[in-house]
Write a protein that binds this ligand. Structure first.
Ligand code: COA
Length: 322
């Protein structure tokens, strides 16, 4: 049976940077509070004229170039996002039009911060089950600034905008490299811990993101620890076999708590949230792209991705880097 490999990767963040000092002039907060509680120092924020599809387009171009293929070689686009440009059509369709690869199937997937891992699973299953699919463009992209309440200090300091993309390709036969396993799950009973009603503010109803921070924190640690342990166990691996762990970039305290519990050495953890904030579905592909560009991930390395998000959703993936 053929494999699904990550053939190329790329990312993009908007130019505009919002620092903690900037936030000090917007809400009652301090740089010190934000850094101590979250690890975040700055985040990238879209201009009013930039949308999720614009960020995704730039990330997609980098990923396609990095994969060494042409846009016309793509067979499907899956975009993980909770901040689509429109209610419909899908952001993936808008990206297809901008890329100019007509007629291939395109759709969005909503699994919040776990969206990229869910989309990886869709991509590898599509490759496994459909012989005509060779290259799937998987994108995680968000304009979270459009749903954040900029008057709520307990949430507005946490999030940022950005996009990351990967080309998932068919590789012949059973080889060493590729996406070895993906684990995904959800618990809808926790839906109200982190949600966005999404109605238009002009109708008088609330449209901003809402969060029970402490409860989300506890669930994030519990579910991500289990997602790491379970995927290692069912693949007969231990954390010693892993070269690099790329966790969802929500909060350094969450990442540290997971690392302590499942015993991930600090040098194996990749963390970049100080300058991105939490970019939801974009967080893992942006971090993965940075880790590769910084030489933290080499060909043949075993990489573990782990995420958690609204839903609540979670996921982990094991990838032997190509
Ligand atoms: N600046 C200054 N003070 C703030 C603040 C801010 N930006 N935000 C909240 N506070 C205050 C609160 O009002 C509260 O004050 P009080 O004690 O006078 O009532 C105090 O800080 C403690 O608030 P609390 O919410 O208990 O803080 P915390 O230690 O739980 O940290 C989070 C808050 C949001 C950083 C933390 O709960 C968290 O990271 N949760 C997970 C969030 C997340 O990652 N979500 C996405 C998951 S995908």
């Amino acid at each position: 049976m053929d494999r699904a490999i990550i053939r190329g990767i790329g990312s993009y963040v908007p130019d505009r940077v919002l620092t903690n000092a900037d936030l000090e002039s917007m809400v009652e907060t301090t740089h010190e509070w934000i850094v101590t509680r979250t690890g975040i120092e700055s985040r990238h924020i879209c201009l009013d004229t930039e949308n999720t599809s614009d960020l995704c387009l730039e990330a997609a171009k980098h990923a396609v170039a990095n994969a060494g293929i042409a846009v016309c070689d793509l067979d499907m686009i899956v975009t993980a996002t909770i901040t689509p440009d429109f209610q419909f059509p899908s952001t993936a369709c808008l990206i297809q039009e901008k890329l100019g690869c007509n007629d291939i199937p395109c759709f969005d997937l909503g699994a919040a911060c776990s969206g990229f891992i869910y989309a990886l699973d869709v991509a590898r299953n599509s490759i496994a089950s459909n012989a005509s699919i060779k290259n799937v463009l998987v994108i995680g992209g968000e304009k979270l600034s459009s749903v954040v309440d900029w008057e709520d200090r307990s949430t507005c300091v946490l999030f940022g905008d950005g996009a990351g993309a990967a080309v998932i390709s068919r590789a012949p036969g059973v080889g060493e490299t590729g996406i070895l396993d993906v684990l995904i799950g959800a618990d809808g009973r926790c839906a109200k811990l982190l949600y966005c009603p999404g109605s238009d503010v002009s109708s008088g109803t609330e449209r901003h993101l809402k969060m029970e921070g402490r409860e989300v924190f506890k669930e994030a640690v519990r579910r991500m620890c289990a997602a790491v342990e379970d995927i290692l166990l069912r693949n007969h691996l231990s954390i010693e076999d892993i070269a690099c762990v790329v966790p969802h970039q929500a909060n350094t305290r969450i990442i540290t708590a997971i690392a302590e519990r499942v015993k991930i050495p600090e040098e194996k953890l990749f963390v970049n949230l100080a300058h991105t904030g939490n970019t939801s579905a974009a967080s893992i592909p942006i971090a993965l792209d940075e880790a590769v560009r910084e030489g933290k991930i080499q060909s043949g390395n075993l990489v573990l991705l782990v995420a958690f998000g609204a839903g609540m959703t979670w996921g982990s993936a094991l990838v032997r880097w190509t």
